[in-house]
Structures are given as structure tokens and as C-alpha cells.
Design a protein around this ligand. Structure first.
Ligand code: AMP
Length: 702
């Protein structure tokens, strides 16, 4: 192999491979940083590859030095079947929006009045990507998690390691800025895909006849959540990091200092930031960004304005949803005109007919729009859109596209007002106007479109979450007569699925079939769905008015199907979160013989018909105890986050600092100041062996 190194260096490598490996890692980290973060490479790609080849060769020869933080580990690997759930130590909040300058000014004025002066704020670009939380312990990346619902996200560590501008180890300057480098610190930011990479990815997908992503944000989120992280590693993902979970971990006292620290620690920090000391500067910054928006290589959807000082941020605190000390100024929505080619009618799972605008595809606010719902017949009338019209399409960031109305001067001659068909486009039954809900409905119980929608709904993410049960497969299953109701999914065999005719033919004229591999996977997902919660089952059944939240509420009052079937309308309506309309719909559904027959068959297949009695949860023997972890757990090789999770699983609280309220401190090797503090406060200290015993037995040893 070519080498950049002298004979002596190579000799040194043989005599002290550990030192050589560390030197190579540092060198590679440095060049990765220069290339991906600073955009200022100092060595050629070939020289870089050569360093990497040597590192990989040495690591293979000396597996005892293997380290997940090594730059050689950025290649990705399998994630396993599911991303595991991660509870965020500090909640990941959303942001409140200011839709125009008046709202932004109002927000600033309130703060000014409260503090009696204009408080400096930091303006940052609002990157339109996917939020990410990166946890470092002892300066090493140990976990990456998505935001999820803000409280619990998904563990995407393996995937994030492949993103080249994420430091696997913090730079030394960064470590020096931490209050305690051994402690966990969580940094937050955004993963995004540059616009050009998004376009290239979609072009490649199209060339293979596959569906692309709707916009760069979905492409980033989708690439991140690949079960095979090798795929993630091949996608061009980048990050901008801009916040910290708990600012007390840092010496920084302001957002501006935090950004500086992030740069020093090796993170990619967006260069377009401004510290504003008077209100006019904020607006000027927003206007500049709006002007430059299209020229930026990535999507932004606004400007985030944050109170600079952490102490003032603490004073202001949070609402249930968002910090009070920050606001997102959203750019005005985009509008485009395009041709309305047709208005089609979709039949939903409850039989409601929805008119849909079929448009000449057009890019609005960063994504391609080809269809838009027109909601109902009245809406089409009110807007007076007609087939052949040039229409205005409006889209604000991630909001669903909307038809504003026609450009009347461009209306072709002879365009006639649109009318809802008198019969169902799927089954041909006459349609009925539902006066209460202002919808037109197909009431036939045999309508295939409704059946297909109900079946799709059962497998959907918030219901039974059956992976692989996409629109196409459901359509084929219905068409082939294999599935007519949701219980039929559980009768399917591998043979049924493997031989399923996909309705297309290969070049040799043979029909395309689903095949054994996909069949096995799908069957496994179907089996797995039997373990979903009773609330999901209720939601999945698709009763009218029963959304996911309502289903949860029903389960609170009636935790089993048996109890629910025995409930009267009145009893149901008394449950918190369930009103008269919902109660009526549920009782009607559960008194329909066809539905009962499906429910009984589902139950016979083992689909859950009662709320879990915390079956697989560990006994909460550590409830009421607070643990603090310090030092490294060398025997088990666990990170402190992993160790903390095991304690939490048994009901314990895990805290980052020792106080009189701490029940026990668990001290691994090289424990630091927390150990001393525990001793001085008289808090009992346990070693790793004792910790392992707790995890094993659930009891704290004497
Ligand atoms: P939203 O989801 O619209 O409520 O906006 C909140 C999200 O904006 C956060 O969760 C972040 O993921 C994202 N975001 C993008 N850029 C920034 C930034 N510079 N500061 C804070 N949040 C940002």
C-alpha cells in the first residue's frame, strides 16, 4: 500500500500500534473537519484515503483498539428491526411562530416591556430539516436521537455516525468549555439535505421507476431513518447545530457564546447568524434572509429569534409547547399558478366523497404539487374552479397545498361549473348528502373503495403500523379476493403473499409477483401487529369520529372489548374526551353484526382486545430512588446513558448532579467531583459490581 509515512513512522506504528492508531484518528478527524465543516480541505482526497486505509488496516490487525468513535466507523451498519425509543432528558420543544412582522414586533415589545429594556437577541436561519439531538459523554458521541413527540424520540446513533460533519469526538477546545467533560452533554440541531443532492436523489429514483421524496426535508428525515445505515452513509446529509439540552453543562452564558463554543467543539454552525442589540436589526436580518433564500444551497422556512442571555431565557421559561424566549418568524407563503387538468373524486373509508384537483405539477414552497384536495362540493362551488382553469396554488412551508382560486381572465371558453357525480365512482351506488357533516357519501357497505381505505387505515402508522402494507399491496390483495376485511390479513399465508400478482408483467410476459422475501417480511409485520395496544386496535377499526386520541380516551373508561361492548351510549358519553356523537357512532358500530363478526375473528387470531396490564414492564422496585452516575463503567462497557436507562426501567430517577436528595451515587472508574460531593454529603456510594447486581435483581444490595 502507498504510504505517506517515513520508514521510522512505520516502524513506530509496528512498535506502538495504539499510539499510531490514535495519531491517525486525530489526523483524519482534523481533515474531515476541514473538509465538511470548514469547507477548506488541506490535503487531497487521495492522501485522505491513504490515511484512512492505513487506519483500517491497523485496526483490523489490532482489534483490541477498536472504538465506535473511530472515523473508520462512519460506514454504517444494520440498525435492527426497529429504532429503539429514547426519552429526552430535556424536552425537545417546538417553536411559536410569528406569521408576519407585526407578530414579531408584538413578541419583542412584550419582552421589552417586561424587562424594561430591549434585550439582545440572536437571529438564526430556520433550517427546514429534521431535528436531531446528539449526546456526548466524555467528549464522545454516544447517542443520536430524533425529536419524535418531543418527549420520546428514536435512536438513530448508527445512522448519524455516518454524517460526516458530526464530530464523533469533540475537539479539545470544546472539551475545555464544558463544566465537566466526563458528563453527558446534549447538543441539538437540524439534519438537512442540500437542495441539489435532493434533486439528484430524486432523479436517480425516477430513473429506477421509484417514487422520490416530496421535498428535501422528507428526504433528510427518510435518509436518516434507514434500517440499513449504509444507505444513510451514501446520502448527502449535513447538519447545523444550534442549541444545547441543558446549558448548565457549558461555561457559556449566552446563545451567542454557545454558537462560538459549538464551532470550537467541531460542530457545523450556520454562518448566517446575527447578534442584534436593537429591534430594527432583527427585521433587517429577516428581510435579507428572505431575499437570499432561493440562493442558499439548502431550504429554510424562516428566521428563529432567540433571547441571547440564558439567565433571561430561564426567567421567561416555556409554554406547554414552546420556549417563550424564542420565536420563529415564518416567511410569507409562496403562491404559483398552474393548470387544473381535472377534478377527480376519492372515496374515503367512511364513504365520504372528496373532490381532488389534478394539477399540472408545479413546485411551490420547495415541493412539487400535483394534487390538492378541494374538500367538498360546496368548496368547489365557492371557489368556482373549473376543469381547464389556471388556478393559484398556495403553500406555506410544510402546510398542505391549497387551491386559492381561478385566474378568471385565463378561463377557457365553455368551461362549465363542476358537479359531484350522482353515483359513487367506485361502486356505482347512488350517493347521499349527509346534511350534518356537509359531505356526500356512498352508503353502500360493499363499496370496494371504502373497503380498500379501511384496510389501508388498519395497517397505517398510527393504527396497527404494519410495515410493507402499502397502497399497492392492499389494492392487489383486495383485487385478488384474498382480503375483504381486516381480519382477513391474519389468514394470509406465505404462499398467498409470495405468489400475489402485482398486476404488472415482466419483459418476458410473466406476471410480477410479490416474491418470497417481501412475503416473509410482510407476514412478520402482520404477526407483530397482534401485539399492538387495544387503543390502536380501536382506532384501526375505523369507527367514524374515533381518532387516535379518542380511542385512547375510550380505553381509559373501558379497557377491554368486552367492557366496551357492554357499555351504553350514555356510559360512553360520560368518559372524559368522549361526547355524545362519538358514543353514538361507537355503539352503532359495535351493534352491527358484520363488525362483531370481524372483531371476533380478530380476537381469535390473537389481536389484542384489552389494554395491557403492563405485562412486559419490569417491577418498579427502584421507584422513589434517585441515582447519580459518575466515572466509567469499565466492567460492563456501558455508557452512563445506557446504565441510566436500565435504572429508569425499574422506576428510578437518574440525575446529573449530587444533592442531599440523591439516594445513591454509582461510581465507576476515575470518578470525579461527584464522588467527592457524595462523600461530603454522606450519600452512599456504590461500585459497578453493585450496580450490575441492582440491574440484575432490581434490589440495592446491603
Ligand atoms: P416547528 O417544528 O415549526 O415548531 O419548528 C421548530 C423546529 O425548528 C425545531 O424543532 C427545530 O428542529 C427547527 N429549527 C430549525 N432551525 C432552528 C434554529 N436555528 N433554532 C431552533 N430551531 C430550529
Amino acid at each position: 500500500m502507498d504510504s505517506l509515512f517515513s520508514e521510522e513512522e512505520l516502524a513506530a506504528a509496528t512498535s506502538d500500534p495504539g499510539a499510531r492508531i490514535e495519531a491517525l484518528r486525530r489526523e483524519i478527524e482534523h481533515h474531515t473537519y476541514l473538509y465538511y465543516v470548514q469547507d477548506a480541505p488541506e490535503i487531497s482526497d487521495a492522501a485522505f484515503d491513504s490515511l484512512m486505509r492505513e487506519l483500517i488496516a491497523l485496526e483490523q490487525a489490532h482489534p483490541e483498539f477498536m472504538d465506535p468513535s473511530s472515523p473508520s466507523q462512519r460506514v454504517g451498519g444494520a440498525v435492527g428491526d426497529q429504532f429503539s425509543a429514547v426519552r429526552h432528558e430535556q424536552r425537545m420543544y417546538s417553536l411559536d411562530n410569528a406569521m408576519d412582522f407585526d407578530e414579531l414586533d408584538a413578541w419583542m415589545t412584550r419582552i421589552q416591556e417586561y424587562f424594561g429594556r430591549f434585550v439582545p437577541v440572536v437571529c438564526e436561519l430556520k433550517i427546514d430539516g429534521s431535528s436531531i439531538a446528539l449526546t456526548y459523554e466524555g467528549g464522545r458521541l454516544v447517542r443520536a436521537a430524533t425529536r419524535g413527540d418531543g418527549t420520546t424520540g428514536e435512536d438513530v446513533t448508527v445512522n448519524m455516525r455516518t454524517v460526516r460533519d458530526v464530530p464523533l469526538r469533540l475537539r479539545d477546545e470544546g472539551l475545555r468549555g464544558l463544566v465537566n467533560p466526563a458528563n453527558a452533554v446534549e447538543l441539538r440541531g437540524e439534519v438537512y439535505m442540500p437542495k441539489r443532492s435532493f434533486e439528484a436523489l430524486n432523479a436517480a429514483a425516477e430513473a429506477e421507476g421509484k417514487a422520490g421524496f416530496a421535498n428535501p426535508r422528507n428526504a433528510a428525515a427518510g435518509s436518516l431513518r434507514q434500517k440499513d445505515a449504509k444507505i444513510t452513509s451514501m446520502r448527502d446529509l449535513s447538519t447545523f447545530i444550534y442549541s444545547v439540552g441543558d446549558a448548565r453543562a457549558l461555561q457559556a452564558g449566552t446563545q451567542w457564546d454557545l454558537l462560538q463554543w459549538l464551532r470550537e467543539a467541531g460542530f457545523h454552525v450556520n454562518p448566517d447568524v446575527r447578534l442584534c442589540t436593537e429591534p430594527g436589526e432583527v427585521r433587517a436580518f429577516c428581510e435579507e434572509c428572505l431575499e437570499r433564500r432561493d440562493a442558499l444551497p439548502y431550504d429554510i422556512d424562516g428566521v428563529v429569534v432567540k433571547v441571547n442571555e440564558f439567565a433571561l431565557q430561564d426567567d421567561m421559561g416555556y409554554t406547554a409547547r414552546a420556549p417563550r424566549w424564542a420565536i420563529a418568524y415564518k416567511f410569507p407563503p409562496e403562491e404559483k399558478t398552474t393548470l387544473l387538468r381535472d377534478i377527480t373524486v376519492q372515496v374515503g373509508r367512511t364513504g365520504a366523497l372528496t373532490p381532488v384537483a389534478e394539477l399540472e405539477p408545479v413546485t411551490v414552497a420547495g415541493s412539487v404539487v400535483a394534487r390538492a384536495t378541494l374538500h367538498n362540493e360546496d368548496e368547489v362551488r365557492r371557489k368556482d374552479v373549473r376543469i381547464g382553469d389556471t388556478v393559484i396554488v398556495h403553500k406555506a412551508g410544510d402546510v398542505i397545498p391549497e387551491i386559492v382560486g381561478p385566474v378568471l381572465s385565463l378561463r377557457p371558453e365553455g368551461a362549465t361549473p363542476w358537479e359531484m357525480p350522482a353515483t359513487c365512482p367506485s361502486c356505482g351506488s347512488p350517493v347521499v348528502r349527509d346534511e350534518v357533516e356537509v359531505v356526500i357519501r356512498c352508503e353502500s357497505i360493499d363499496c370496494p373503495a371504502q373497503a380498500t381505505e379501511r384496510l389501508k387505515h388498519w395497517g397505517s402508522r398510527n393504527a396497527m403500523d404494519i410495515e410493507g402494507l402499502g397502497d399497492e399491496i392492499v389494492g392487489r390483495l383486495v383485487e385478488s379476493g384474498l382480503v375483504a376485511d381486516v381480519a382477513d390479513f391474519y389468514h394470509l399465508t406465505e404462499f398467498d403473499l409470495a405468489t400475489l400478482d402485482m398486476g404488472r408483467v415482466k419483459q418476458d410476459g410473466e406476471p410480477v409477483r410479490l416474491g418470497e422475501v417481501m412475503a416473509k417480511k410482510l407476514l412478520a409485520s402482520i404477526q407483530e401487529s397482534k401485539g399492538r395496544s387495544f387503543a390502536r386496535v380501536l382506532f384501526g377499526l375505523g369507527m367514524r369520529h374515533v381518532g387516535r386520541t379518542t380511542a385512547e380516551a375510550i380505553v381509559q373508561g373501558f379497557p377491554s372489548m368486552e367492557a366496551l361492548r357492554a357499555a351504553t351510549e350514555e356510559q360512553l358519553a360520560n368518559v372524559d374526551g368522549v361526547g355524545g356523537v362519538i358514543a353514538k357512532s361507537v355503539v352503532a358500530f359495535l351493534n352491527t353484526p358484520d363488525n362483531i363478526q370481524v372483531i371476533d375473528r380478530l380476537a381469535r387470531h390473537g389481536v389484542s382486545m384489552a389494554a395491557e396490564t403492563t405485562g412486559d414492564e419490569l417491577p418498579q422496585t427502584l421507584a422513589g430512588l434517585t441515582f447519580v452516575l459518575t466515572g466509567s463503567l469499565v466492567q460492563s462497557g456501558m455508557t452512563r446513558t445506557e446504565a441510566g436507562d436500565l435504572l429508569k426501567a425499574r422506576g428510578a430517577k437518574v440525575s446529573g448532579s449530587v444533592s442531599k436528595k440523591t439516594s445513591y451515587v454509582i461510581a465507576g472508574e476515575a470518578a470525579g467531583s461527584k464522588y467527592d460531593k457524595a462523600v461530603s454529603l454522606g450519600v452512599p456510594v456504590l461500585d459497578e459490581a453493585a450496580f450490575l447486581q441492582i440491574v440484575e435483581t432490581g434490589e440495592v444490595p446491603e
